[in-house]
Write a protein that binds this ligand. Sequence first.
Ligand SMILES: NC(=O)c1ccc[n+]([C@@H]2O[C@H](COP(=O)([O-])OP(=O)(O)OC[C@H]3O[C@@H](n4cnc5c(N)ncnc54)[C@H](O)[C@@H]3O)[C@@H](O)[C@H]2O)c1
Length: 256
Amino acid sequence: MEFRDKVVIITGAGGGIGRAIAKKIASNGAKLTLVDISETNLRETASQLGLGEENYLIQVTDVSKEEQVKFYVDETIRKFGKVDVFINNAGVEGKVASIVETNASDLDFVLNVNVKGVYYGLKHVMPHMMSNKYGSIVNTASVAGFIGSPGLAPYIASKHAVLGLTKTAALEGAAFNIRVNAICPGPVDNRMMRSIEEGAAPGNGDAVKKNFEVSIPLGRYATNEECADLIYFLASDEAKYITGQAIRVDGGMGAK
Ligand SMILES: NC(=O)c1ccc[n+]([C@@H]2O[C@H](COP(=O)([O-])OP(=O)(O)OC[C@H]3O[C@@H](n4cnc5c(N)ncnc54)[C@H](O)[C@@H]3O)[C@@H](O)[C@H]2O)c1
């Protein structure tokens, strides 16, 4: 029961990776605040946790809106009294198109969720961790934080920014015993990759998937659960001397 009596906020908790980490952490004793823009998906996640209502909170939130982010943090404090772990995971892929085919609103959409959403979360969660002199934050970045990829400029830019926020927050949090790390998945077998595959070759997403898979040394996409395993480790006290890191869960892509 690694997370017994720990209070954990998870954003993007209605999605593939967010649901997987919510289930893993809930079965290890935590109280959870589940945050997502989709109420239906949040309720589905909550129904799979096996927790009583006293042990979780659902917050339908657009993380790109600062007042809504402040609200989910305030509600967590009101219900549970503290935040020990923050899994800053909500994200969008945006449109698949080259830079010359995109416009400022395509860029804004992705940066608002993936960068401002992560920043607002750090800004409003960290003060509560600072006053407790304890906290572990895991931001979900991507291998897209290290490399370029044709057709995904806003997403690539956003994940590079998440790594910059991770390192800076780690340095600012260290004196308060707050650790901040990022996970960097390669392609994960879930909704987001289906959207990217279809966006890259409408009607021919399967071929895009096969091309991605041959470029991955382990020969396949990650599962949501394999990403959750890394988040779980970084969030836990097992990782108590690890901070400011961007750790890949990418089937070996980074070795090439
Ligand atoms: N799927 C992949 O291949 C992959 C690879 C690397 C990194 N990631 C990252 O993992 C994270 C989780 O994505 P996923 O793979 O589980 O995909 P997903 O689409 O299943 O989950 C993303 C979740 O974020 C939520 N969300 C989107 N916009 C939001 C907003 N404005 N406010 C609140 N919630 C919002 C969605 O409703 C969804 O539930 C994202 O940050 C994503 O960029 C995914």
